[in-house]
Write a protein that binds this ligand. Structure first.
Ligand code: ADP
Length: 446
């Protein structure tokens, strides 16, 4: 079993991992940049090591500094959290070469799923339904035009190395294809140093539904149901819930077992998320994330399973100790991502937090690393906390969310809490009838 985990991350997720380790009796090492010397994860860890100056490239992404920190402290494993090095196959390989356990899948699985063309081909081979489109990279505008005519407009040109919505361009008709192809290509080259692009049918009103999986790399894999993450702004998730208001139990079991079987066949080890667009009763694979997701708590709240502890168990080489039949989905959970941003303009609002009061009571969970007197540095992501509420039904959950948002106090910086207070009164949110474009249109009207 792993004895000491170095947490290669910061903020709420560093704290989340620390909590899981502590409950398992595992020692923790925090790493931090000079800007985070007073951060909560540093204060709460058993040990801490400063790994560089504020810019992430010199600290949280600094592989030699992190490996040295493991060696100095004797950490035998690294949990990467999400973002930063969590989907960096080279990092996983380097740790393996140093006999340090990477709490995540193998470098090869990260590599395959990180290349979207490769990921889509793999998914298809394993029996997962994919969005209609090219089989692999599209080499020329002429080929893109031919394929688009075959599947019908609109189409999306997407970067194989893409992420965060970059390198993705829409063509609504034949005259737009050349520009879409060329801009997707040059954006992909500039952002990722890889200009491979592929083409996909554009779905008009899909929901984003993702399946949480756990595999032990020993032939066993299970799914823990879905999360609906359709409420997005600029391809960033804002609100996530589980179960999806759009699925029934049969649909859940069908897609869940297809995915779990594929994961077992791959020999995948660790937690992962298979993301789909869902439209008119059909699922279409878009990508797989080979790490813990920001929104994992909603799954924990409806299954009672600690996903981080499961990641640690599996990384220690233990087989899964839960079978598919042990997974009982109960009630409903919603997560709101609270960012230090202006609630209307979304301009980042770093600075000193003057006062904080977290909501509490039955079914309310706050994952956050801020405290009164803490200064939010301007260098990193603006997520400062997640409010997760659960209840026996979606209606109870919504009422509880309204109540919890009303109790939440963060003074000194702007936050997105008022946005959620507005959303909670919207008929489409109350009925659960929204797709991936709903939030953008709603914000544009405002
Ligand atoms: P990234 O890794 O850049 O986030 P994804 O492939 O996950 O790229 O797509 C991000 C978002 O773009 C999806 O959540 C969805 O909102 C939209 N999208 C992607 N593919 C399609 C498609 N074929 N049709 C419509 N929207 C899409």
């Amino acid at each position: 079993m792993i004895e000491k985990v170095l947490i290669a991350n910061r903020g709420e997720i560093a704290l989340r991992v620390l909590r899981a380790c502590r409950e398992l009796g595992i020692a923790t090492v925090a790493v931090h940049s000079t800007a985070d010397a007073n951060a909560m994860h540093v204060r709460l860890a058993d040990e801490s090591v400063c790994i560089g100056p504020p810019p992430a490239a010199k600290s949280y992404l600094n592989i030699p500094a992190i490996v040295s920190a493991c060696e100095i402290t004797g950490a035998d494993a690294v949990h990467p959290g999400y973002g930063f090095l969590s989907e960096n196959a080279r990092f996983a390989d380097i740790l393996a070469e140093h006999d340090i356990t990477f709490i995540g899948p193998s470098g090869d699985h990260i590599r395959t799923m990180g290349d979207k063309i490769e990921a889509k081909l793999t998914a298809k081979r394993l029996g997962i339904p994919v969005v209609p489109g090219s089989e692999g990279a599209v080499p020329s505008v002429a080929e893109a035009r031919r394929l688009a005519a075959e599947m019908g407009y609109p189409v999306l040109i997407k970067a194989s190395a893409g992420g965060g919505g970059r390198g993705m361009k829409l063509a609504t008709n034949e005259s737009g294809i050349e520009t879409a192809f060329n801009t997707a290509r040059s954006e992909a080259q500039a952002a990722f140093g890889d200009d491979a692009v592929y083409i996909e049918k554009y779905l008009g009103k899909p929901r984003h539904i993702e399946i949480q999986v756990l595999g032990d790399g020993q032939g066993h894999a299970i799914h823990l149901g879905e999360r609906d993450c359709s409420l997005q702004r600029r391809h960033q998730k804002v609100w996530e819930e589980a179960p999806s208001p759009a699925l029934n139990a049969d649909q859940r079991m069908n897609i869940g077992s297809t995915v779990a079987k594929a994961i077992a066949d791959m020999g995948y080890s660790g937690a992962g998320t298979v993301e789909f667009l869902y439209e008119d009763g059909e699922f279409f694979f878009i990508e797989m994330n080979t790490r813990l997701q920001v929104e994992h708590p909603v799954t924990e709240m409806i299954t009672g399973i600690d996903l981080v502890q499961q990641q640690i168990r599996v990384a220690s080489g233990l087989p899964l100790n839960i079978a598919q039949d042990d997974i009982k989905i109960s009630g409903h959970a919603i997560e709101c991502r609270i960012n230090a941003e202006h609630p209307k303009t979304f301009t980042p609002s770093p600075g000193r937090v003057e006062a904080v009061h977290f909501p509490g009571g039955l079914g309310v969970r706050v994952d956050s690393a801020i405290y009164a007197g803490y200064t939010i540095p301007p260098y990193y992501d603006s997520l400062i906390g997640k409010l997760i509420v659960s209840g026996v039904s979606r209606t109870e959950c919504l009422m509880r969310l309204r109540r919890a948002l009303g109790e939440f106090v963060i003074e000194g910086v702007e936050t997105t809490i008022p946005l959620f207070q507005t959303l909670i009164g919207e008929p489409n949110i109350i009925d659960g009838t929204y797709d991936i474009h709903w939030l953008e249109s709603f914000l544009a009207e405002d």
